[in-house]
Structure formats: C-alpha cells, structure tokens
Design a protein around this ligand. Structure first.
Ligand code: PGA
Length: 248
C-alpha cells in the first residue's frame, strides 16, 4: 500500500481513493476480528461505498458480523426507510443486505419519528446501552461537516434534528431523482456524541474535500469547521488520497 509521510500525526495518505478506502476497511476488519461483538459507528456518503464493498468481500472470505452492532450517524427527516435515498435504504443496499449482521442490531435515527427530541434521546440511550461505540467512521463534508453537524454546531452537541446547509443539499442532489423533493432537515448524532466513540477515523478522498481537510487538520479547532474538533479526540485517524491532501 503506497503511503506518503505528511508529518501530521494520525494522517495516512494513499495514492488513490480505492487504496484509502481499503485502508479504512482493513481497520474495521481488524477490529471485528479481535472483537467480534464490536460496536461500529457507520456513515453514508459516496466516500464510504468502496469501504462497504470491501467489508462485503471480507464477509464472503469468512468474516462474520453476526455479533456486531452498528449505529449510523444520521438520517434525513421525512424519508421513510423504504425510500431509496433514505440512509436506512442506502445502508441496506450497500452493506447490511450482504453480510450476516443481525438486522435488529443495525441502528439509524428514525427520521419519521413524530417526536424528534424523544427519538434523539432514545438514540443516545441505545448507544449507551450497547456500551458505546468502539470505532466511528466518518466522511467529511465540503464545508467541514461531520455527520450532519454543519458549521456552527457546538463541540458538545448531542443527537438532534438539524437544518442542512445549501452546500450540503446541493452535494447530495445526486442521490435523488431529477425534480424530486429533497429533504432540508435531518437527525444527526451530535459532535459530543461522536467524540465519545473510543476511536474515530475520517476518510476523505478527491479534490472536493481538499479545502475542508486542510481546514480540519491545520485551521483553528472549533465549530467553524466541525471536523477540526476531532483533533481533540485521543484516538483519531485521518485517511486520505493524494487529491484530498493537495491543499495541506
Ligand atoms: P460524501 O459525503 O462521501 O458523499 O462526499 C461525506 C459527508 O458529507 O460527510
């Protein structure tokens, strides 16, 4: 695996997006091998698609997820799990339907909940009841968001309903049919929730992430770039391809 030295602690740089995704997948595979009942924090987004393909390949090679529990970062408000662009449907299609994870152990916030505050509290309770998250994987938004914690989100924020920024809505238009109404709200783990995972790993690939990654790693730590707050996490790794680090 080709890797460059960058001098930034915890940052692994690969020549291609595929190699970067494989690196993150291998860390998940290694964790599940040593801890078959691991609690994984999962993420959606195009960046993660090759990661999930690699996990499916590992399962076909014999890795069992039967005792794994998962918690996804977020879900759109107003989309039922049957909608193809919902994060529930996305996770089923990209991962859950192809591995032996127990469906009862795959958690996403319910974006259709009548009482969102109660749903958010219940999500936090379910994470705690599972013993907390061992490894939270994360993409990064073009605006530096993590989960759907947009710029301005507090470091201590918890799971809650949020408004999406125009830039996030635009970045995700590609997942919706042309002319289809697209949600402008979501329910997301908070930054404080994410920071409680025992380990966090960010995957950033492509030029469109270069500005956000540079800000996250070398700008001020704070809500202007939510991903920067992960620098305060004791066990954070950053995995990127050459394009994503091109502004560092
Ligand atoms: P993407 O999304 O992987 O589709 O770029 C990442 C994110 O917004 O966190």
């Amino acid at each position: 695996m080709a890797r460059y030295q960058t001098g930034i602690a915890g940052l692994a740089v690969h020549s291609t997006p595929a190699a970067a995704a494989q690196d993150l997948a291998q860390r998940i595979i290694d964790l599940v091998r040593v801890k078959p009942d691991a609690v994984l924090g999962l993420a959606t987004g195009g960046t993660m698609e090759p990661v999930y393909a690699a996990l499916i390949a590992a399962h076909r090679d014999g890795l069992s997820f039967a005792r794994v529990t998962s918690f996804n970062l977020d879900e759109y408000l107003g989309l039922p799990g049957s909608h193809p662009a919902s994060y529930r449907a996305t996770m089923q299609r990209l991962l859950f339907d192809h591995i032996d994870i127990d469906p009862a152990n795959t958690h996403l916030p319910n974006g259709m909940a009548a009482n969102l505050a109660a749903e958010a509290e219940d999500y936090e309770r379910r994470i705690a009841a599972a013993g907390g998250i061992d490894l939270q994987i994360l993409g990064i938004g073009r605006n530096g968001h993590i989960g759907f914690n947009e710029p301005g989100s507090a470091a201590g924020s918890r799971t809650r309903a949020v408004n999406l920024t125009a830039s996030t809505i635009e970045a995700n238009t590609r997942f919706f049919a042309e002319g289809e109404a697209q949600p402008d709200r979501a329910i997301t783990m908070g930054i404080g929730t994410i920071m409680e995972a025992r380990e966090v790993a960010v995957l950033a690939t492509g030029m469109s992430k270069a500005q956000a990654l540079s800000q996250a790693l070398t700008g001020p730590v704070g809500p202007a770039c939510p991903a920067s707050i992960l620098r305060d996490h004791p066990v954070a790794s950053w995995i990127a391809d050459a394009e994503a680090v091109s502004l560092l």
